[in-house]
Ligand binder design. Structure first.
Ligand SMILES: NC(=O)c1ccc[n+]([C@@H]2O[C@H](COP(=O)([O-])OP(=O)(O)OC[C@H]3O[C@@H](n4cnc5c(N)ncnc54)[C@H](OP(=O)(O)O)[C@@H]3O)[C@@H](O)[C@H]2O)c1
Length: 239
């Protein structure tokens, strides 16, 4: 059996991925987020707000199960407050960096530590973004956190290599996906985000991917049907 821990399973990409994995009887899913919208015999939910240390305390990895593989998908994320540098709230900036970057890094640390003594196959996927590679005005906390998770994944991969560990880690940008996150982008005040009209046109021209199709690509990676050659890459490279 394979246990997959996924943050942010209440909606969007995380929910689509959890449902896709649950269609396959070898997967058991533990979802972690503030709300639960999946009910399935092989699904467990951990209620946690991952934007602070207190919420992170709710998350434990179960080392008592006999497993063939264990997976961690860091998917929870938010755009944060969309304001230019000089205008943003420091409190909200810290919260977004914690949710998008600190929590995934600490969960990876805890995941690696918890399963260190177990010779089970281990895979970690961080859901990153093209915004971690290209600057977008109004998105400083989001871009910074996604660039950070890309680099953290690369460092961890080097360390796993030095230790001849078989842990696989990836930081994968899903492309533009039709979720609530994109809805929020289209509602931002143009004063704080100059590219609002561009993102409205992506939606009008059906340029956003269906979360279920995106989930199928992540499923292919987790089921070993596609083995990525790079740590940091975009799903658009995977046809
Ligand atoms: N959609 C896109 O175009 C796009 C593009 C590039 C990258 N991404 C990345 O893909 C990932 C998923 O995004 P999405 O588009 O599916 O967004 P979404 O529909 O807004 O879903 C976000 C998920 O994150 C969870 N989450 C948000 N705040 C949380 C908190 N404080 N604690 C725990 N969980 C929290 C939410 O659960 P609760 O509200 O129940 O807590 C929800 O399940 C994110 O990392 C995002 O940066 C998305």
């Amino acid at each position: 059996m394979i246990r997959c821990y996924i943050t942010g399973t209440s909606r969007g990409i995380g929910k689509a991925l959890a449902l896709s994995l649950l269609e396959d009887a070898q997967f058991m899913v533990t979802g972690i987020s503030r709300h639960c919208s999946i009910h399935h015999p092989r699904y467990k939910h951990v209620y946690a707000d991952l934007s602070s240390e207190k919420g992170l305390e709710e998350v434990q990895f179960d080392v008592s199960e006999a497993l063939d593989q264990v997976i961690l998908v860091n998917n929870s994320g938010e755009l944060g407050e969309m304001k230019h540098v000089g205008d943003f709230s420091e409190e909200l900036f810290v919260r977004t960096i914690f949710l998008n970057l600190t929590a995934p890094c600490l969960l990876i640390n805890r995941f690696v530590q918890s399963f260190k003594a177990f010779s089970v196959k281990k895979t970690i996927i961080n859901i990153s973004s093209g915004a971690g590679k290209n600057p977008v005005d109004g998105w400083s906390s989001y871009c910074t956190s996604k660039a950070g998770i890309d680099m953290f994944s690369r460092v961890a991969d080097v360390e796993f290599g030095l230790k001849k560990s078989d842990i696989k880690i990836y930081s994968i940008a899903p492309g533009m996906v039709d979720t609530e996150m994109q809805e929020r982008i289209r509602k931002t005040d143009e004063q704080h985000f100059s590219r609002k009209e561009e993102f409205i046109s992506y939606h009008e021209n059906n340029a956003l991917a269906d979360p279920h199709l995106v989930a199928k690509k992540f499923f292919a990676i987790l089921a070993g049907l596609f083995v990525p050659e790079k740590v940091v890459f975009s799903l658009s490279e995977f046809k």
